[in-house]
Ligand binder design. Structure first.
Ligand SMILES: [Zn+2]
Length: 524
């Protein structure tokens, strides 16, 4: 059909009689020509995603018996543009016109799906020609195809949700701005930490949004996972329990998503004991509700000042979300020097690595301070590994090709003296009781108590000597659960020896340390 743009009257612009949602307007226009004939023009790929208002408008517009036509998106934008130039009211695309109710429902369905799959993160990867929704499940990213959107639709949806729930920061959602907020639901009980990551592409339209999913359904009455249930082994639990009952700092390290917050929460339950102790937490933001503690969300304020104020509020134990920067480190030193107990997390790549991290330029605690008595009570490093589903696991003897490259390391030269008959790999086909052969997640950790010998070596910057000293305390073989003197890698080796985790996953997870390095540096 030949249409003269200049003589068309657009009816579906913002504020007009048959107004379409702005995300739909990119792909569809309702208009009439000078003779009063109605037209409904769409792009070939038009598929309304967030669009109950589209359907309502379309039904009303249908009474005009419009002719339907397929045109390119550029033609549709031109029609709107011409109308706008003539003084129309077509406004640029923004999130405001996406129907909020529909957006809420849609978003909630994604959140519920993520919780059903026990995902810990939801990723939206938004590009010009593709929008992907992925969940991180059991440590792996999985694309969730049932959530399919165009870039406009997902931007509209995320914009509506962000605009409604943003907390401490008052800017509205934009793919161009790095922004964050926390969204909380009572039903389902979950909080979501939102992070927008713009890619900085030329048009400023490509971005990722990542939501960290934290379940809140473990209140005072629900059973909390114990350290043992999380994957800590008996003598590690014993060491941590002793640390929770003495003065000094317990420092937890591990990469993002390694379960540090969950482990801290279990530790707090040990600290709480009979519930008589005064516990404060200082977090940004609060990730998990901790029963019996006074939790303070600093909301972008000064963590150091909050900690200083708490020192005057008669604390027994203070938990600090994360040690970042010199100011917080100084406040931390005051807490520990005055004989309080402190639990905190810090980024480091091993338990002893925490010491060099604390002593680094950016945090600035002197090594002399770090080795003072009652300053550091326990150093922890942990990571999460998928566990093998016990119902469909495959004996390593029946899957020799899968571990051929590992066998030499695991079983060769009698290095770890493992019994191959108790080592299993996962069955990636899975079974009705699991997902792709993975049963759940387990923490592999190393826990190091600050002994006088280790403290002295650390003070003198002999960090690798300190590691050797720690490892001298190992008295049990690698297939035995005693973890004294063992590294987190060897905790994983123990779990391999028991058929709990897959040696291939250990290789993937610890790939950064090559096997040779582990043997040279860690194998006594
Ligand atoms: Zn299974």
């Amino acid at each position: 059909m030949a249409l003269d743009f200049n003589k068309l009257k657009v009816l579906s612009g913002g504020g007009q009689e048959y107004e379409l949602p702005e995300s739909v307007r990119m792909q569809c226009v309702f208009c009439v020509d000078e003779k009063g004939s109605a037209y409904e023009l769409q792009t070939p790929t038009f598929r309304p995603d967030v669009a109950n208002r589209y359907l309502t408008a379309k039904m009303r517009f249908a009474k005009l018996n419009p002719q339907k036509g397929t045109v390119e998106g550029s033609v549709i934008s031109k029609i709107y543009k011409v109308a706008e130039d003539k003084g129309g009211t077509v406004s640029p695309v923004s999130a405001d016109s996406v129907p909020l109710e529909r957006a809420r429902r849609e978003f909630l369905s994604i959140v519920i799906a993520a919780m059903e799959e026990r995902a810990v993160d939801i990723h939206f990867i938004v590009r010009e020609h593709s929008v992907k929704v992925l969940f991180r499940i059991n440590g792996k990213m999985e694309r969730i195809d049932k959530f399919a959107y165009t870039r406009d639709a997902i931007t509209g949806l995320l914009g509506a949700i962000y605009g409604e729930t943003k907390d401490s920061n008052d800017q509205s959602f934009s793919p161009r701005l790095r922004s964050s907020c926390t969204i909380k639901y009572v039903e389902p009980p979950v909080s979501l930490r939102w992070q927008t990551i713009p890619t900085g592409d030329a048009h400023g339209l490509d971005y990722d949004v990542v939501l960290r999913v934290t379940r809140q359904d473990t209140g005072s009455t629900a059973k909390l996972a114990t350290l043992g249930e999380l994957g800590y082994l008996d003598d590690q639990v014993e060491l941590l329990t002793a640390a929770c009952n003495s003065k000094g700092g317990i420092f937890m390290s591990g990469v993002t998503g390694s379960g540090k917050t969950t482990a801290l929460r279990s530790l707090m339950q040990i600290v709480r004991g009979n519930g008589e102790i005064k516990i404060y937490t200082v977090e940004d933001p609060i990730e998990l509700k901790i029963f019996g503690a006074t939790q303070i969300n600093i909301r972008g304020g000064s963590m150091a000042e909050t900690i200083k104020a708490l020192m005057r509020a008669d604390p027994d134990t203070i938990m600090v979300g994360e040690i970042r920067g010199r100011e917080v480190a100084e406040a931390m030193q005051d807490v520990l020097r005055s004989g309080h107990r402190m639990l905190t997390t810090i980024h480091a790549s091993s338990a002893l690595g925490i010491v060099s991290r604390l002593a680094s330029e950016s945090i600035g605690v002197s090594r002399d301070t770090l080795v003072e008595p009652n300053f550091v009570s326990c150093l922890v490093y942990q990571y999460l590994m998928p566990t093998i589903c016990p119902h469909c696991r495959i004996s390593v003897n029946d899957a020799p090709d899968k571990v051929a490259h590992l066998a030499a390391h695991l079983f060769g030269e009698d290095r770890y003296s493992l019994n191959q008959d108790t080592v299993f790999v996962k069955n990636e086909q899975g079974c009705p009781k699991c997902r792709k052969g993975i049963g759940g997640m387990t923490i592999c950790a190393e826990t190091i108590r600050m002994t006088d010998e280790i403290a002295e070596l650390l003070r003198d910057r002999k960090d690798s000597e300190a590691l050797r000293q720690y490892r001298l305390h190992r008295h049990a073989p690698f297939d035995q659960p005693s973890m004294i003197g063992k590294t987190s890698y060897e905790t994983a080796i123990y779990k391999v020896s028991q058929g709990i985790i897959d040696p291939n996953d250990v290789n993937l997870m610890c790939g950064a340390m090559s096997l040779e390095n582990i043997v040279k540096g860690h194998y006594a």
